[in-house]
Design a protein around this ligand. Structure first.
Ligand SMILES: Nc1ncnc2c1ncn2[C@@H]1O[C@H](COP(=O)(O)OP(=O)(O)OP(=O)(O)O)[C@@H](O)[C@H]1O
Length: 244
């Protein structure tokens, strides 16, 4: 199990978040813009500057320097090395690791990267770049995978293209994955566990049924009222959905 308790002051923003996540499967950190989701990931992966702990199966990762925590990160923009082919980007991740568990061929197969191996990032579509970035993160043999809105830069069609890959990788690699999003559909489709964040705090935590009946994008949380902006030909645009 992953047990997170973080307290940080970031300028005028107070982050005080505590939640648990299963050691296998996707935990969606879900909430409106500015809620503190990315700051939680930064606190887990970055230098230890505040109070708290991030215990993975009882071991506190914050007691280790960031480079020894075995955390893989996928950002909204792929951050692949532009001068390297996809294959060299992937092997870079592999080389950094002194363990072998997740294999190169397996990652290439699961993410269907084989046709992209000899190409450079600038020649790839946004979705292809993200698949390569996910592959690189997996090949660093992480004990924990952090994904910070990995689909946010993609349009609807590209998003739909990547979601099945994410479903396969969570089933295949059996890692704890913290997945930041403010899209209900993504959270509901991928998450085994949902943590709702607002104003630096956890306001609700539970199974994906927490999001049953909601569709769209979270724009606000106040007490029990979660405001979702509904997009597309769905119920009534602007309608409010209460999650209890
Ligand atoms: N180093 C910092 N100094 C001052 N304020 C900060 C710092 N880092 C984050 N913040 C503030 O903390 C709040 C939370 O930001 P954060 O990026 O974690 O939110 P988020 O939920 O990830 O939002 P989004 O969905 O828009 O990415 C914001 O108000 C941000 O301005």
């Amino acid at each position: 199990m992953l047990d997170v308790a973080i307290r940080r002051r970031l300028g005028g923003f107070a982050l005080e978040a505590a939640f648990t996540a299963p050691s296998d499967g996707v935990t969606a950190l879900f909430g409106p813009s500015g809620a503190g989701k990315s700051s939680i990931l930064a606190a887990i992966a970055g230098p230890t500057t505040g109070e708290g702990h991030v215990r993975l199966d009882g071991r506190d990762l914050l007691a280790l320097p960031p480079e020894r925590r075995r955390i893989g990160i996928v950002h909204q923009d792929s951050r692949l090395f532009p001068h390297m082919t996809v294959e060299r980007n992937l092997r870079y991740g592999l080389r950094r690791s002194d363990r072998s568990g997740i294999g190169f061929d397996e990652v290439v197969e699961v993410l269907a990267i084989a046709p992209l191996l000899s190409r450079r990032p600038a020649t790839l579509s946004g979705g292809e770049r993200q698949r390569a970035a996910i592959g690189r993160a997996l090949l660093s043999q992480p004990d924990l995978l952090l994904m910070d809105e990995p689909l946010a830069a993609l349009d609807g069609g590209r998003k739909a293209e990547i979601l099945p890959f994410l479903e396969t990788l969570k089933a295949r690699f059996r890692l704890p994955i913290l997945y930041v999003t403010h899209h209900v559909g993504e959270a509901r489709r991928l998450a085994d566990h949902v943590v709702l964040i607002a104003e630096g705090r956890v306001v609700a935590e539970g199974g994906p049924e927490l999001l049953a009946g909601a569709e769209g994008e979270v724009v606000g949380v106040e007490g029990d009222l979660v405001t979702i902006r509904v997009s597309g030909p769905l119920p009534r645009p602007g309608s409010h959905v209460t999650l209890t």
